[in-house]
Design a protein around this ligand. Structure first.
Ligand SMILES: [Zn+2]
Length: 286
């Protein structure tokens, strides 16, 4: 009932927009191209599709599809995207500018995962550094930080990442505690990031060199590290498509044996490993 009403309302709106020369799905107009250019410029300046979309309530996937120039776009979405403002990244803007905390959070997490205790990181950042705030950023409990803070963390990260905390005076107890706690939280150490990815909210940590694939999943297992989210998802997808392929092959096999007509349904079921009901259903569908 509601669906019919919705559909009718949409149809009415669509008819109206067409009458006034504004189809609700637009593509290829100068207005579309200008907006696409603007989105690509913002992305080139370092804004992620997620950050662009989040500002105006558009999903990141819609933004990236639109930026890639492959599809038309709803006029309502286009209107929203036209309103996106450039948002400063950690490496530009005034000290007090509010910036996306992603890269700052990842640097803190990576240092912790490398074995630098939180108290050690705090001291390296300067005696006035507030530890509760540092913990909030590290655990992702703040939606924003400030450009000056992001730069301080980036400086400390540059000094410490890739070094051995034991050589720099951290205690063995502190190192072990930090590494274990970070591993339990799934935080990625410095070697998972590079300068291109660490500030990009769309990027995922590269633990294995093959993350997001079945191979990546196996490397985690071999090295005794917990498979990262990208590897878990990648493996599930590969598994799902393997299962779909296998089911498709079984169906084809059943259909072929039915067409040959030599075997009974029960025999085909046994031969192909499907249930007799499936064989009968396939026969009816043929
Ligand atoms: Zn992985």
């Amino acid at each position: 009932m509601t669906n019919t009403t919705d559909r009718r309302a949409r149809q009415k709106r669509w008819d109206y927009l067409r009458q006034v020369g504004r189809p609700s799905l637009v593509t290829g107009t100068p207005e579309v191209e200008d907006t696409r250019q603007m989105i690509n410029d913002l992305h080139a300046k370092g804004m992620s599709y997620r950050a662009i979309g989040a500002q105006v309530g558009v999903p990141a996937s819609t933004v990236s599809t639109f930026a890639g120039g492959r599809a038309g776009i709803l006029r309502t979405t286009l209107t929203r995207l036209q309103q996106v403002q450039h948002e400063a990244r950690p490496d530009d803007g005034a000290a007090g500018a509010r910036v996306d905390p992603t890269g700052t959070q990842r640097r803190l997490q990576a240092l912790w995962a490398a074995g630098f205790p939180i108290g050690y990181i705090r001291q390296a950042m300067g005696p006035d550094t507030n530890e509760p705030y540092l913990r909030r950023i590290l655990h992702g409990r703040s939606a924003r930080t400030h450009a000056a803070y992001a730069r301080r963390v980036a400086d400390v990260y540059q000094q410490l990442a890739g070094t051995n905390p034991a050589d720099l005076g951290a205690t063995q107890h502190g190192i072990t505690y930090a590494r274990n706690a970070a591993a339990r939280a799934g935080y990625a150490p410095p070697h998972c990031w590079d300068p291109e990815t660490i500030d990009n909210p769309d990027a995922t940590p590269e633990w294995t060199g093959e993350c997001g694939t079945e191979t990546g999943y196996r490397i985690h297992r071999r090295e005794g590290t917990e498979p990262c989210p990208a590897c878990r998802t990648g493996r599930n997808e590969e598994r799902r498509s393997e299962r779909a392929d296998a089911a498709e092959q079984r169906r084809a096999h059943v259909a072929q044996l039915l067409a040959e007509g030599r075997l009974t349904a029960a025999q085909i079921a046994e031969e192909t490993g499907v249930s007799e009901r499936t064989v009968q259903r396939t026969r009816r569908a043929a």
